[in-house]
Ligand binder design. Structure first.
Ligand SMILES: [Fe+2]
Length: 366
């Protein structure tokens, strides 16, 4: 059977190699997350039933290899065989959308200063992490991919990683920050809190981390979680974690009881209005997640604070309106979040986190 692994498909898409990605999942499955630019035919049930005409309706660009995709890489093999029988070069994506969870791409974030920022998008899940480089040194914020991704990217720019930070204790993915710090010899910085069971350097209000000639200033922004922090780079770019997104704000309920959720939403309103929104309107916001699959287009996902003020209606609400709106709009609780939090507090990774981390992130409210 001809197959392709997720890393190869990622590499092809990043390099712009011609490939048609054909998603054969049900429309319902596809609606939660998809590979950017993929074609879709809802052929899952027909393929499972070995209907030889399951793919008859699909129109594919000629002379472009096809990669078929399903949830876990089995039914897509049937699809690939059918296409091959039609003389089309076709492979099945090994592990399907579950394996795609680890796919990533990058975009450079232009800043007025000489500090360089690379946005690393875990496109299969919507997690955004950042590599900041200045004068041979680098920092990583919210590592969600295997450490080699960050270490190799830093090496390719001539930087060595000296600082690794998380914005908060994550609930949607396993943090790779502890392992990355160990493997790169960097200092691991986390918001000051009593939850994690391993050693780290605690960050507090106003702490400053030097990265080459750049500096990251710590701004506590509780709300999404009690310990959430944002990091301001050279007074130009603001890493907001799950406090502020490009379409909305962080959900306040994941680490809270139902009664606590309202007070966390109040805290979030305070963090936004008394800390982040007081910064200059031109400050570039770099969030911890996106809620749509990120194309392989090298365009960074960012906006200025001023743009977000105009675009995100939640930011213009009074405290009581904001709390009511958040509580009314809380999305479904992400699967496995309790187990992910437990592992992140223990600082542990598991051998095969594909199933644990499967599915789109669900951290924001817009
Ligand atoms: Fe979060």
């Amino acid at each position: 059977m001809n197959t392709m692994n997720a890393e190869t498909l990622r590499d092809w898409l990043e390099k712009g190699k011609p490939v048609t990605v054909l998603d054969i999942r049900s429309t319902a499955d596809r609606s939660s997350w998809a590979i950017p630019g993929s074609l879709h035919i809802d052929a899952y049930a027909a393929l499972k039933a070995h209907d030889a005409h399951a793919l008859d309706g699909v129109v594919l660009p000629s002379d472009v290899p096809v990669v078929t995709v399903c949830n876990s890489g089995y039914t897509s093999q049937i699809a690939s065989k059918q296409l091959q029988a039609r003389g089309i070069e076709s492979r099945s994506l090994e592990g399907g959308m579950q394996a795609w969870s680890f796919a990533w791409n990058t975009a450079d974030v232009p800043l007025p200063s000489s500090t360089e920022v690379i946005q690393i998008r875990r496109v299969g899940k919507g997690c955004l992490s950042y590599l900041i480089g200045s004068q041979g040194e680098a920092a990583v914020i919210d590592a969600s991919l295997q450490p080699e991704v960050y270490i190799d990217l830093a090496k390719s720019r001539g930087w060595s990683i000296t600082a690794v930070l998380d914005t908060h204790i994550h609930a949607d993915h396993l943090s790779r920050s502890r392992l990355l710090a160990e493997q790169s010899g960097a200092t691991l910085y986390l918001p000051d809190q009593q939850r994690v069971k391993y050693r780290f350097t605690a960050l507090r209000n106003g702490s400053i981390i030097k990265v080459g000639g750049a500096s990251l200033m710590v701004i506590p922004t509780p709300g999404h979680t009690a310990e959430s922090m944002s990091y301001l780079l050279d007074r130009q770019a603001l890493f907001t974690g799950d406090t502020l997104f490009l379409q909305g704000v962080g959900r306040p309920d994941l680490h809270a009881t139902t009664e606590e959720t309202r007070s966390h939403a109040q805290l979030l309103h305070h963090s936004l209005h008394h800390h982040l929104l007081l910064l200059p309107a031109r400050t570039l916001v770099l969030p911890g997640h996106t809620n749509t699959p990120t194309p392989f287009d090298k365009i960074p996902l960012t906006a200025t604070l001023g743009d977000l003020w105009n675009k995100v209606e939640l930011l213009r609400l009074s405290e009581s309106e904001f709390v009511d709106a958040l509580v009314a709009r809380i999305p479904p609780v992400p699967p496995n979040h309790a187990r992910i939090i437990e592992l992140n507090e223990a600082g542990r990774l598991i051998e095969n986190p594909i199933r644990l981390e499967a599915g789109a992130n669900n951290c924001g409210i817009s």
